[in-house]
Design a protein around this ligand. Structure first.
Ligand SMILES: [Zn+2]
Length: 430
């Protein structure tokens, strides 16, 4: 799932998603597969607009500053993502408006008066899901009810198909349960927002913009093309094999994306009803027993750590879907492990090592998202073989395997001790 480029920059939760899934992709490439690993920015939205208004600036400038910060952090993270789009750019806005127009033509977008949730502070309508105990999810203000003329997407027409489709997706059972419950009480999707920093509704006289969940309901398809004339040119469709993001997106985003994909299926633009073959959620990294947050003062910044040590540590911290408890003491263990590997692989000999059982084991663990077992597997491998001196070829093979999970690693060098170094020739984010 692509990020919202907030002013706070890339946080540890992003890192847990993007760095570890980058290693997953690198591993599949190591095994000979071709992997398309796209990235983008969900750039419109209230926080940038609210902040820009507060400080008297243009939201576009604020947003691009934030994106630039994310880009630099992605480079430092040393990933292979291919940046494909930013949703506030005219080349993307065009397709968000195209999507609205197609739904309108099919009778799936309509305008109606109704009582809606209104945040007086954000000055916009909120979806039911954005109201938590009668308060705005974004700013915490008490939400009012107002009678307003709003645009809706007729998602209720797709209710039965959205429920039936759940049987065909490989997705955590907890998420399927939440989607079924949410679809027990589905209302049409209110998509108009009384805000400036969003995609304008392409209807004459409209001043409202579209809910940013519309922008994010089809972006994965626009990753596949930069055609300016066709939404999805013939022959470029690929299903999303693996979609990774937080469990907090179980309902809104993951249901909206499925709905829009079903509409595109009915239009003959995509050959399958469901957009994602497999969905997984990364777990939550906690500190002092609580979810990290700036306001609680327990947030750890990825910028303060060596990218390889941090990546290995996050892999090691617990089962990927469960996350774990952060410890500054334990991350040092990864530094020691990398130093040992550097020294060991820097000393040449002619001892034979059979790498294939280990490679099979790593392959099994990576494909099961058991990254913690991958790291402990490397440590066991080292302990079993540290008395041996591999030849040049064998040392290179082990190094290449380890670089999948610690891309800056070099045998016989003393890198990895200090942060901020890009040691690999890999292109990071374009
Ligand atoms: Zn608000």
């Amino acid at each position: 799932m692509f990020p919202y480029p907030s002013a706070a920059g890339l946080h540890l939760g992003h890192y847990y998603n993007y760095a570890i899934i980058d290693s997953y992709c690198r591993w599949l490439r190591h095994r000979g597969m071709t992997v398309f690993q796209p990235f983008g920015y969900d750039a419109f939205g209230l926080p940038a607009e609210n902040y820009a208004r507060k400080v008297g600036r243009d939201p576009v400038d604020v947003t691009y500053e934030n994106i630039e910060q994310f880009r630099q952090q992605m480079v430092r993270m040393n990933t292979c993502y291919d940046e494909r789009l930013v949703t506030c750019e005219p080349s993307y806005v065009k397709w968000t408006q195209w999507m609205f127009t197609r739904l309108h033509e099919r009778g799936l977008a309509y305008k109606a008066w109704s009582e809606v949730n209104w945040c007086p502070s954000c000055e916009t309508v909120l979806a039911n899901e954005q109201v938590i105990h009668d308060h705005c999810e974004r700013c915490g203000s008490a939400v009012e009810l107002r009678n307003l003329n709003q645009w809706y997407f007729r998602i209720t027409d797709y209710r039965d198909r959205l429920i039936a489709g759940l049987d065909r997706i490989d997705m955590p059972e907890s998420t399927k349960r939440m989607q079924r419950a949410w679809l027990a009480d589905l209302k049409d999707w209110c998509v108009s927002r009384q805000r400036q920093w969003g995609c304008p509704i392409p209807i004459e006289g409209e001043t409202d913009t579209l809910d940013t969940f519309v922008d994010s309901s089809f972006y994965y398809l626009r990753y596949l093309t930069d055609s300016d004339t066709e939404f999805l040119p013939e022959g470029c469709y690929q299903p999303v094999d693996l979609y990774v993001g937080g469990a907090e997106h179980a309902c809104m985003h993951l249901i909206y994306a499925r709905f829009i994909h079903m509409v595109l299926f009915d239009m003959g633009i995509v050959p399958q009803e469901e957009p994602f073959r497999k969905v997984i959620h990364q777990g939550v990294i906690k500190k002092d027993g609580a979810k990290m947050s700036k306001s609680k003062g327990n947030a750890v910044s990825p910028d303060d750590y060596d990218p390889d040590e941090l990546r290995l540590y996050l892999m090691f911290i617990g089962p990927y879907s469960e996350g774990g408890e952060w410890s500054d003491q334990h991350i040092v263990g990864q530094r020691r492990f990398l130093s040992r590997m550097q020294r060991w692989l820097g000393e040449r000999g002619s001892d034979p090592i059979d790498l294939s059982p280990f490679e099979t084991q790593v392959d099994r663990d990576v494909r099961a998202f058991k990254f913690n077992k991958v790291v402990s597997g490397f440590m066991e491998f080292y302990n079993r073989h540290k008395h041996l001196r591999p030849d040049e070829k064998m040392a290179r093979q082990v190094e290449e395997m380890l670089r999948v999970f610690a891309p800056g690693f070099r045998a016989g060098h003393s890198g990895g001790e200090e942060g901020g170094k890009l040691l690999t020739g890999q292109t990071a984010v374009a």
